[in-house]
Design a protein around this ligand. Sequence first.
Ligand SMILES: Nc1ncnc2c1ncn2[C@@H]1O[C@H](COP(=O)(O)OP(=O)(O)OP(=O)(O)O)[C@@H](O)[C@H]1O
Ligand SMILES: [Mg+2]
Length: 222
Amino acid sequence: MLIETVNMCRIYNKRSGSVAALTDVSLTIEQGEFAVLTGASGSGKSTLMNILGFLDLPDSGSYYFDGKDICAMSDSEISRIRNLRIGFVFQSFNLIPELTALENAALPLEYRGIPRKRRRAIAAEALNTVGLSHRLDHKPYELSGGQQQRVAIARALAADPQVILADEPCGNLDSKAGGEIMRLLCELNRQGKTLILITHDEHAAKMGSRLIKIKDGRVYEG
Ligand SMILES: Nc1ncnc2c1ncn2[C@@H]1O[C@H](COP(=O)(O)OP(=O)(O)OP(=O)(O)O)[C@@H](O)[C@H]1O
Ligand SMILES: [Mg+2]
């Protein structure tokens, strides 16, 4: 299995008190799965997604990715595995405003030390896949919301990740643009990418092969 968490807990400690954002989360996800994560606001979805994508670590319990114990890794190993294996798509797109679509999509490859010309060719190909080959030189503010999200998907794709983590990717889009983004994500899953999607949208949730519910930081299947 690709992802395995065992009794994972995450507690945010604040001066005003501590918040148990995740409690005893034990979850396995296989390579190629399309898992949908749903739950009320504040239930812990993004916290879980951030840990699965190595942006955060659990306070207790274990997380094994491809058999490797993440909590035993150094920061540089964690950054490396994140860059190589994980593609993120966020509700707010998280593009760099000063960079063009092409430069944004090429960015993860820069961290890998891939030469500029090659990076740009891979990024252009990824932007072509998401239907944006006519917008390579546009900056984020010169693109529609749906187009910006497609750049974010191209940025994930350019890095050829094993897993795509999408946290409310259609949350800021109208239903037409959101539908296009969902079609794109489904197609990537058909091509073999493991997809973990957070959504409040029932229609989008039905596209997954598996529904994981989260309530008050605990995970329930079904
Ligand atoms: N950095 C933080 N510091 C302190 N508490 C936090 C932090 N991030 C999240 N929390 C708390 O942890 C709980 C889970 O938050 P999380 O963001 O995972 O929820 P969510 O399910 O993604 O919600 P939403 O659907 O609104 O995005 C919430 O009660 C939240 O207030
Ligand atoms: Mg969230």
